[in-house]
Design a protein around this ligand. Structure first.
Ligand code: SF4
Length: 152
């Protein structure tokens, strides 16, 4: 009888919440109401073979314990690149959380969703033109879609 060997995963997308502060026309994740988010300690059970990890949602930065989640994920996969995807609606909160996360991991990035330049980006396809415009208050570097941070 043949024996099967299942390769261990090296890429993962982890949706840490279905909650979102946007109402994008092309997405219905924000309509999901009856769910529980995993707690940070649950992420101790993810594989330890990961090289690229995308922390996604919903909007991950809505979770006040996001830095703790990143800490647990990074402890499990200390050499992995970790990218947190965001709609960029909460610049101040994002910066504060990223500062904490940088203390836990030195291969950390944040991806900001950009729909276009100027009016195209500021449009209401994501459900709130006011908050969308605030995204453009991020530093110019942040508007290039993806920032990578190193803590050392
Ligand atoms: S920001 Fe992302 S998760 Fe939130 S509604 Fe839009 S596409 Fe969906």
């Amino acid at each position: 009888m043949a024996s099967w060997s299942v390769p261990k995963p090296f890429d993962a997308v982890i949706a840490v919440t279905y909650r979102c502060n946007a109402r994008c026309q092309m997405c219905n994740i924000w309509q999901v109401k009856d769910h529980d988010d995993c707690q940070p300690q649950h992420y101790r059970n993810i594989p330890n073979t990961l090289r690229h990890i995308n922390i996604s949602g919903g909007e991950p930065f809505l979770r006040v314990d996001l830095p703790e989640i990143v800490r647990v994920v990074a402890e499990r996969n200390p050499t992995a690149h970790i990218l947190v995807s965001s709609n960029g609606f909460q610049p101040s909160r994002t910066v504060e959380a990223v500062r904490k996360m940088m203390g836990y991991h030195n291969k950390l990035g944040v991806g900001i969703s950009i729909d276009g330049i100027g009016a195209k980006h500021d449009g209401s396809s994501r459900g709130s033109s006011l908050r969308r415009r605030r995204t453009t208050s991020l530093p110019t570097r942040a508007r290039s879609c993806c920032l990578w941070f190193r803590s050392n």
